[in-house]
Design a protein. Structure first.
Length: 66
């Protein structure tokens, strides 16, 4: 099994300080942790102000960074 031929190696969470040391640098799956945290904080504040509102689901789509 040879990476790049038989399988692809991906890094997760767009961790640039670690991945910049790798050669060649693998593609990365960016989970958008900052956006998830911001949305969670906004939703928490909204829920505190609206405790009887219906349940809400929020999703952030990950992206591949070549």
């Amino acid at each position: 099994i040879q990476p790049g031929r038989d399988l692809m190696i991906l890094s997760c969470n767009n961790d640039r300080p670690i991945n910049r040391l790798l050669h060649p640098r693998p593609p990365e799956v960016d989970l958008h942790s900052r956006e998830i945290g911001e949305r969670a904080a906004e939703q928490l504040l909204w829920r505190i102000a609206n405790p009887d509102a219906p349940f809400v689901t929020s999703a952030v789509r990950p992206t591949i960074v070549p």
